[in-house]
Ligand binder design. Structure first.
Ligand code: NAD
Length: 503
């Protein structure tokens, strides 16, 4: 079988017109404007979406505010919120194929991969449901006979949830169920490139019995109304996943009204491999880490930092495995790598490859467009002779491009690994426990994989250091992140008068 899978025309598919969920009802944009989305893998229109305005964003925030200040959601028993989240998880499971289809046609990623993402999302909703009932504060009975201290955990309030296009359903599921578990209300804004599954989730939330205004979902361009979501005084917290550039400006706007922010941003993640590693396992992880989601992944293992004694062997093996990667029709269950999200992004990836060549790197494999008759497909690409100072070694390319760098001694590997502005994730490959620990402890990253790559589970927190972000998602503290503490300092018995204490 060829490893390029020609896309089939989306025959018979009728592009739906999506509405926005505002104040418990499906509504059009106040401007009456919509935008449409071309499937990156097939080139046909797959949906029409409302283009929200500033006024729509304000209505959505007002609804979430009212639901938080006066509605039942923050006041009900955690057990009831937990039951609701379980119900949503069940509904997602019942609609697994439908959601996967939406994400696949809008984002161009392979259907089999999206099905696993939806399964991961279901697991996260259930995890959040279990955590909802474990939220508690602190009490202090050791402050003297007249004082009892209680620290309450309260939901923080209205949360603006802003998500990117590359893992549409998974990323909203890393945020919303935890915010809901804490008792918050939300305004959710998916990427304008892949809004369908998040809007569909809105219907599942309504079907599960969500009270009015607890979740509002608006679609359209962040550039048009994003400042309202990040700056409005009625919003208490921003939970943002996207690029470092947009994240920085969102934070600056949020700072004006002193909002709490959670930022999941870009990455340029190193995989460091030593000669004693299981090279077969490493080569597999290198190919997976480089091309998974067409490299359009914050966690992409886009920098391989390889010991000089094995660099030739490893490069040959990665190249030979890369040639077998099945690229093509996102809807074909055989496909491993789908289409690039937009023609503009395709150009950006191509210009990184051209720039690398100008800087002295060599294209050992790929580097060009795959003409599959329709859609934007990029060949799996390997760049060799890459030096840490080259752009491709420290900027996020967000395409199926692996850069191979070499090192001589451990400290050099660490220096290279830490030489970018990012610090999302990293991995180390060696059979020597000391080597693994030295690299794991020395690398500046939010997650380090040891002899594996990109494994995840809801129990383990995820997030970045440096300009890869602020805060963590998932893990047992993830509900707590959507809360604020309130101190109750309670006096027991007669209070000592100010005049007596000053005497
Ligand atoms: P992006 O920053 O362009 O957009 C992210 C979201 O922000 C979109 O919904 C967009 O409409 C919105 N937005 C745009 N301008 C805004 C504004 N002024 N105010 C508020 N919101 C605004 O990112 P993208 O291209 O959609 O996604 C790719 C990026 O996301 C990559 O950098 C990737 O590394 C990052 N990412 C990070 C993680 C993580 O967990 N760390 C996960 C996935 C993606």
């Amino acid at each position: 079988m060829s490893h390029y899978i020609t896309p089939k025309i989306l025959a018979g598919y009728v592009a739906p017109e999506y509405m926005m969920l505002i104040d418990g009802a499906w509504q059009k944009s106040q401007s009456g404007e919509t935008s449409s989305r071309l499937a990156p893998g097939h080139g046909t229109i797959v949906g029409r979406y409302q283009s929200a305005t500033v006024a729509d964003a304000k209505l959505a925030i007002a609804s979430a505010r009212k639901a938080f200040d006066h509605g039942p959601w923050p006041r009900m028993k955690a057990a009831e919120r937990s039951k609701f989240l379980h119900k949503v998880a069940d509904l997602i499971e019942q609609n697994r194929e439908k959601i996967a289809h939406l994400d696949t046609i809008e984002s161009g990623k392979p259907i089999q991969q999206v099905l696993s993402e939806i399964d991961g999302a279901i697991d996260i909703w259930r995890y959040a449901a279990s955590l909802a009932r474990t939220l508690y504060g602190e009490s202090y009975n050791n402050l003297g006979e007249h004082t009892l201290g209680i620290v309450l955990r309260e939901p923080i309030g209205v949360v603006s949830i802003i998500t990117p296009w590359n893992f549409p359903f998974l990323i909203v599921s890393q945020k919303l169920p935890f915010a809901l578990a804490a008792g918050c209300t939300a305004v959710v804004k998916p990427s304008e490139l892949s809004s369908g599954s998040t809007l569909f989730l809105g219907q599942l939330l309504l079907d599960a019995g969500l009270p009015t205004g607890v979740v509002n979902i608006i679609s359209g361009k962040g550039a048009v109304f994003g400042d309202v979501l990040t700056g409005d005084a009625d919003v208490d917290m921003i939970s943002f996943t996207g690029s470092t550039g947009v994240g920085c400006s969102a934070m600056a706007i949020a700072a004006r009204t002193m909002k709490k922010v959670s930022m999941e941003l870009g990455g340029k993640n190193p995989q460091i491999v030593f000669p004693d590693a299981d090279l077969e396992a490493f080569v597999d992880a290198a190919v997976f880490g480089g091309y998974f989601n067409a490299g359009e992944c914050c966690n992409a293992g886009s920098r391989l930092i390889v010991h000089e004694s094995i660099v030739e062997n490893v490069t040959d093996r990665i190249a030979s495995l890369s040639k077998r990667v099945r690229v093509g029709d996102p809807l074909n269950p055989e496909t491993q790598v789908g289409a690039i999200i937009t023609p503009l992004h395709f150009e950006k990836i191509s210009s990184y490859i051209a720039g690398a060549k100008e800087e002295g790197a060599e294209v050992a494999l790929g580097g060009e467009r795959l003409d599959l008759g329709m859609g934007d497909y990029m060949a799996p690409t390997i760049l060799t002779n890459v030096k840490p100072e080259m752009k491709v070694a420290h900027e996020e390319i967000f395409g199926p491009v692996i850069s191979i760098l070499k090192f001589e001694i451990k400290t050099e590997a660490l220096d290279i690994a830490n030489s970018t502005q990012f610090g999302l994730s990293a991995s180390v490959w060696s059979k020597d426990i000391d080597t693994c620990l030295e690299i794991s402890r020395g690398v500046r990253a939010g997650t380090v994989w040891v002899n594996t790559f990109m494994d995840g589970t809801p129990e383990l927190p995820f997030g970045g250091v440096k300009q890869s972000g602020l805060g963590r998602e998932l893990g047992r503290h993830s509900v707590e992140d959507y809360t604020e503490s309130k101190t109750l300092n309670i006096h027991q018995g007669a209070r000592t008068s100010w005049w007596v204490s000053n005497a």
